[in-house]
Design a protein around this ligand. Structure first.
Ligand SMILES: Nc1ncnc2c1ncn2[C@@H]1O[C@H](COP(=O)(O)OP(=O)(O)OP(=O)(O)O)[C@@H](O)[C@H]1O
Length: 321
């Protein structure tokens, strides 16, 4: 069995020692080639090469950003390539292995892996021995002639503004800790627009909903973690179903405080309130904004945009867990 291991040496909790443990343990079980990512987008190019060369597996040691790039490399055809996918598209691609080495590792944790690279390596090796695979669906965002798959979530508005602010701090050398996210979110809450909602939700068979300030699109639950605590604004979302949605029509403290309490403490019950717009298990919908709005995907800030269509891609990948 041939596997390519992609290591992001710059990911928050990835270091040489974990990389070596992983290479030794994994290399004893499969025919392993190892590649370090050298720049943004490199993991996508490497994963696409692995697929084109018929590798059986692509393993990623890194954070959600590197996993997202690898997944896009596995799914997107390279120029001129005709992908022939049968009834089960996941069977025609290398299987994915995820070893958490980032700051939040939401995808790995949502798959049920321990949030520790060495423990996860043990769990993945066991899955490899027993050929235990989970078939997962992905989401796809399409905007302004661009498209990108996402593994756990994407969002427009306040959460993307917070990610933009944290990325700015990281650019000046500070680490993305849970405390930094919480502090930035609290501070930014005072600055975010709470008066003029700009977004409208539409979709086939979906009642049009206007006046949305913040939009969360989920491919799975949890949406994120604050330290060890899962945050579940869309608790019914799952890898086996289509996409879920939560839109906020009010950003005032009296709306946000009970919602925050609910999504931090409840694991199964949907949040309720007349200022919420919710969808479960949908195959496609669109958010259009009256003015450019901040946009994030799998925790990466992607800039501002006005119209994004979201699609569910069922049975996209097999993941060893
Ligand atoms: N050698 C490199 N130098 C700089 N950036 C890199 C390099 N290799 C990969 N990257 C980029 O680093 C970004 C962040 O990496 P990654 O998501 O793996 O770690 P993280 O940011 O620590 O984790 P998290 O996403 O959980 O916060 C990725 O989007 C990737 O494109």
């Amino acid at each position: 069995m041939r596997a390519m291991l992609l290591v992001n040496p710059k990911a928050t909790t990835t270091n040489g020692r974990t990389r070596d443990v992983l290479i030794r343990a994994f290399g004893a079980a499969v025919d392993l080639s190892v590649e370090e990512t050298r720049y943004r987008g490199h993991a996508a190019a490497l994963a696409a090469t692995a697929r084109a060369k018929g590798y059986d597996m692509v393993a990623v040691l890194g954070g959600d950003g590197t996993v997202n790039e690898a997944v896009n490399g596995l799914l997107n055809p390279v120029d001129g390539e005709e992908l022939e996918l049968g009834d089960d598209p996941s069977a025609g691609r290398p299987a994915l292995v995820v070893i958490p080495g980032g700051s939040a590792n939401v995808f790995a944790r949502a798959l049920g892996l321990p949030n520790d690279p060495v423990e996860s390596t043990g769990a993945v090796l066991e899955a490899l021995r027993e050929d235990r695979r989970k078939t997962v669906g992905l989401g796809q965002a399409l905007w302004e002639g661009q498209s990108r798959y996402f593994t756990f979530c994407t969002g427009l508005g306040y959460d993307a503004e917070v990610i933009r602010a944290v990325e700015g701090l990281r650019g000046s050398g500070r680490k993305a800790t849970p405390a930094r996210y919480v502090n930035t979110a609290l501070r930014h809450y005072l600055a975010t627009d709470k008066r003029r909602p700009s977004m409208t939700l539409t979709g086939p068979g979906i009642p049009t909903a206007r006046g949305i300030f913040m939009a969360i699109v989920s491919n799975t639950s949890p949406w994120t973690y604050v330290g060890g605590t899962p945050v579940r604004p869309t608790p019914w979302a799952g890898f086996e179903t289509g996409l879920d949605f939560l839109g906020l029509r009010r950003m005032g403290v009296t709306s946000i405080a009970p919602l925050l309490h609910h999504i931090l403490t409840e694991s199964e019950a949907l949040p309720s309130g007349r200022n919420l717009v919710q969808l479960h298990d949908e195959s496609e919908f669109t958010i259009a904004s009256e003015r450019p709005v901040a946009f994030e995907l799998d925790g990466d800030y992607l800039g501002e945009c006005e119209t994004v269509t979201f699609r569910s891609t069922p049975n996209a990948l097999q993941v060893l867990v």
